[in-house]
Design a protein. Structure first.
Length: 200
């Protein structure tokens, strides 16, 4: 059951003056807010304190913002830079191994979460690829594994990780919504790493 409630962003608006709020993304009370001055603001609902980060390049434009249920924020830029803002960190940092990846969708694996480690993340891109990776708050460079690259998918528009029924705990199912150019849904299933693709 979902409930609709209004969120007061007046405190955030006051901090950026006459600049506009362009995008707001939220999960479990954590808000990632993009302002027109290339400022990313992290704010917890019902908290008067917030943190912000100004993108360092004048030409930097945000492609997507993502927030996981634990308050981590991923910032994907049009120029191919990707930033990670861990929930306990004051500032984000660039993920150098993700350079050049233009994200269009992301899904966090919430079944195997450990402290300071996101565990499995699936990344969908504007060119129809799906990658598997993870992030470490200690800034260790993550692995990056290509799971899917298809000429018939133009863009990954949605990803969702879920457990399959009556199977081992490590087994997962991943639903992929894609544009090909018609919207279609596909499924990965396998062990801790997805091993095959079938069309629903």
């Amino acid at each position: 059951m979902f409930t609709l409630s209004q969120v007061d962003l007046s405190l955030i608006q006051a901090s950026i003056g006459s600049e506009k709020i362009i995008k707001v993304v939220t999960a479990n009370g954590t808000f990632a807010i993009l302002a027109s001055i290339r400022r990313i603001i992290r704010w917890q609902k019902n908290n008067r304190n917030f943190q912000y980060f100004d993108l360092p390049h004048a030409s930097a434009k945000v492609l997507q913002l993502y927030v996981d249920p634990y308050g981590d924020i991923i910032i994907s830029l049009i120029n191919g830079e990707n930033w990670y803002w861990q929930s306990k960190s004051l500032k984000p940092f660039i993920i150098t191994r993700w350079r050049g990846i233009a994200m269009s969708a992301i899904s966090f694996d919430m079944y195997h979460r450990v402290e300071n480690l996101t565990d499995r993340i699936l990344i969908g891109t504007v060119c129809g690829c799906v990658y598997e990776t993870e992030l470490d708050a200690k800034r260790k460079e993550p692995f990056l594994k290509l799971l899917l690259k298809s000429e018939w998918i133009s863009m990954i528009s949605g990803l969702h990780i879920m457990k399959t029924r009556n199977v081992a705990e490590s087994q997962i199912c991943v639903l992929i919504a894609a544009e090909a150019p018609n919207i279609s849904i596909h499924k990965f299933s396998g062990g801790t790493t997805c091993v095959y693709l079938s069309c629903l």
